[in-house]
Design a binder for this molecule. Structure first.
Ligand SMILES: *Cc1c(COP(=O)(O)O)cnc(C)c1O
Length: 389
């Protein structure tokens, strides 16, 4: 029987050096030395395995990659400097001019910019489909569709996309199924179990979990990762060994942190649902979520993010935010500190009103990334702000 999640997150480790260190050291080195002229030749000819240069590989990034592969059940992967470098590499490293991508509507803001502003320069096009309407996916396919890219739960609408149906469609039409699993983390959801070909993370969020470093990773099918490794080796989106060391340490506590993020979020969602100055709340593990059953099937817990609508629309949301005393106003998520965001005026302000409404961002929508402070203190701050509306 294989080891459990928590154990893999802790015990997957770079081989101990002659110094007998207990915790993996940081390998801050740009290059590695060859034992001999012949060894150098062999390394470059791929006749032997080993580190050459930290743009290609490094013990710290290898440890981070091996851990995520264990946790996602994937063959292999590449680590990148940021989540967006992972998203961009997974597209440009695999697609050709003329290819088309099917995309679950409501992807991360910069992913939307890549799809709409950058990829068309190389004649790579996309079509957005409704996440919650699987019947609409197949009719949107074209002969040149090569990939299905999606996020679930979506940001910030927290819509759930049916991973089994996405896999069935991808297999039938030989699409690369590419899932940004950042919101769930491998602790709550493993798209590879359904048959996803690639799984992407912005490690900046819950994987770091403490608001310190940027990072990204792509794991998945060996043949695809082989192509992406070639791309990364030469295009150079490499993760810093220091950040890889930080992120690998962070993974040691991912399970305990996610348990608390999720229980705090569920408590806060329940509190908001009963408050008279709240119009509605959405959280995947609230029975009132329109896809509660699907969320329960796909996810172990509901995640660390919820959205809600204070009374008073746009101005109500802004007043609520200005009355908060402790919670942070920031656009990030997945931090120990609870973070409150008003998407319509910040993260999603570049979209038109129509585009925002199409992905469920009403003017008064407030997103909360629920942190690890004591739940009583989180609720106290939210309650006193709501009481002033
Ligand atoms: C933050 C985020 C990204 C981008 O990651 P960076 O590390 O900020 O580059 C991509 N996808 C999702 C879902 C995210 O939340």
């Amino acid at each position: 029987m294989g080891r459990k999640f928590e154990t893999n997150a802790i015990r997957t480790q770079t081989e101990r050096s002659q110094n007998r260190e207990h915790s993996s050291p940081v390998y801050l080195t740009s290059s590695f030395v060859f034992d001999s002229a012949e060894h150098g030749r062999e390394l470059f000819a791929n006749e032997t395995e080993g580190n050459v240069y930290s743009r290609y590989s490094n013990p710290n990034t290898d440890e981070f990659i091996r851990k995520i592969c264990e946790l996602e059940g994937a063959d292999d992967g590449i680590a990148t400097a940021s989540g967006m470098a992972a998203v961009f590499s997974s597209l440009v490293g695999l697609l050709d001019s003329g290819d088309h991508i099917l995309v679950g509507r409501s992807v991360f803001g910069s992913t939307h910019q890549i799809l709409t502003e950058l990829l068309p320069r190389w004649n790579i096009t996309h079509t957005y489909v409704d996440i919650t309407d699987p019947g609409s996916w197949e009719p949107a396919l074209r002969p040149e569709t090569r990939m299905f890219f999606l996020e679930t739960p979506s940001n910030p609408g927290l819509d759930i996309l049916d991973l089994q149906k996405a896999t069935d469609l991808s297999k039938k039409h030989e699409l690369i199924l590419n899932v940004d699993n950042c919101f769930a983390t491998p602790y709550l959801q493993q798209p590879g179990q359904y048959g996803a070909d690639l799984i992407i993370h912005s490690a900046t969020k819950f994987i770091d979990g403490q608001g310190r470093t940027l990072g990204g990773i792509i794991v998945g099918r060996e043949d695809l990762i082989e192509k992406l490794r070639f791309f990364a080796r030469h295009a150079g989106p490499a993760m810093s060994p220091f950040n890889a060391w930080v992120l690998s340490k962070s993974l040691e506590t991912l399970a305990v942190r996610m348990d608390r993020h999720c229980s705090n979020a569920l408590h806060l969602a329940g509190f908001l649902e009963k408050h008279e100055n709240v119009s509605w709340v959405r959280y995947p593990f609230l029975p009132s979520h329109p896809q509660f059953k699907l969320a329960k099937k796909q996810m172990a817990q509901g995640g660390g993010v919820l959205v809600f609508h204070p009374e008073g629309g746009y101005s109500g949301a802004r007043l609520f935010i200005d009355k908060l005393r402790m919670l942070s106003l920031s656009s990030n998520l997945g931090d120990t500190r609870t973070i409150v965001t008003h998407p319509a005026s910040t993260t999603h302000s570049k979209l038109t009103e129509e585009e925002r409404l199409a992905v469920g961002i009403t003017p008064g929508l407030v997103r909360i990334s629920v942190g690890l402070e004591h739940i009583d203190d989180i609720i106290d701050d939210v309650a006193q702000a709501l009481d002033q509306l």
